[in-house]
Design a protein around this ligand. Structure first.
Ligand SMILES: [Zn+2]
Length: 290
């Protein structure tokens, strides 16, 4: 008789080493790829950085370039997409979304806004490199979106370009999408996760449940505000979507005065916050994918 190796872990996990990689990547990305405004050469450099770093740790990663109309005329954008499949071609997809671009005209490393969750997705790519043998019954897609930030003010031709492109494409391809989870500014050293009112209610409940399972219920709250973030174009296409965002990023509790300022620096994000965020998101995935 021989002992069978354990083939199925029956859940995804996100550990300290994955959080360390997420944090290292976020800091390095903001240091070497800022600014990374949509449609610029540096924006394309940032996309290639993500492609290289996500490919290096595992996952089937590709660039998804596209053209869209902007207040400045037609411009080129590029999303980065990674797919983790369970082996069943008919299985449903869960989509994780994080933008990587920066807001124009602000001299800042954007360490939290754009870089922190870019690093977090790279940490997930590392954590889930053995996805197929995890026992997951669904597929997982990660999209690093370009052009989340508006040039002037959000509108039909301004901002959310990457998520609009991705949502339209998933719709046209007829993919079965179970849920879309948007991650934004979750590296804040003083972490608090808000779920805007324009998020699917069932998904908000799963996030609360997952946070409790992971032991972090105090860090997640529903807010009454509607936020324009990358989850909106997916909602508009009829997909269920939730936005997990830390929109109290500032010098005192409740303030957001470091957002879109030169104070969005690496010393205001932490590995611990990426660990906590990562653990909660991982539990959400375990609810949705198993
Ligand atoms: Zn922003």
């Amino acid at each position: 008789m021989t002992l069978l190796p354990i083939l199925f872990a029956a859940a995804l996990s996100f550990g300290r080493e994955d959080a360390a990689l997420a944090y290292r990547t976020a800091k390095d990305f903001s240091a070497t790829c800022s600014p990374r405004d949509a449609g610029t050469e540096r924006g394309r450099m940032a996309a290639n950085y993500i492609l290289d770093h996500a490919s290096a740790v595992g996952g089937n990663v590709r660039l998804d370039p596209f053209v869209a109309m902007t207040p400045d005329g037609e411009m080129r954008f590029v999303n980065v997409v990674a797919e983790f499949t369970c082996g069943d071609p008919d299985a449903e997809w869960v989509v994780l979304v994080s933008h990587y671009d920066t807001k124009r005209g602000i001299d800042s490393p954007f360490a939290n806004d754009g870089a922190s969750t870019t690093g977090l997705l790279v940490g997930f790519a590392n954590a889930f490199s053995q996805y197929r043998s995890s026992g997951a019954k669904g597929n997982l897609m990660m999209i690093w979106t370009d052009g989340e930030e508006s040039f002037n003010a959000y509108g039909p031709d301004d901002g959310l370009w990457g998520s609009r492109h991705a949502a339209g494409k998933l719709k046209r391809e007829g993919r079965k999408i179970k849920a879309v989870i948007c991650l934004d500014m979750l590296g804040d050293a003083d972490l608090g996760i808000s779920l805007p009112a324009n998020s699917s209610k069932a998904l908000r409940q799963i996030v609360h449940h997952a946070a409790k399972e992971a032991g972090y219920s105090v860090k997640v709250k529903d807010i009454k505000e509607f936020l324009r973030d990358d989850h909106v174009p997916f909602l508009q296409r009829g997909f269920k979507a939730v936005d997990m965002i830390d929109f109290e990023y500032g010098s005192a509790p409740g303030k957001n005065d470091w957002w879109h300022t030169p104070q969005d620096t690496a010393d205001h994000i932490s590995e611990e916050s990426l660990y906590v965020s990562g653990r909660i998101v991982c539990e959400v995935l375990n609810v949705l994918l198993f």
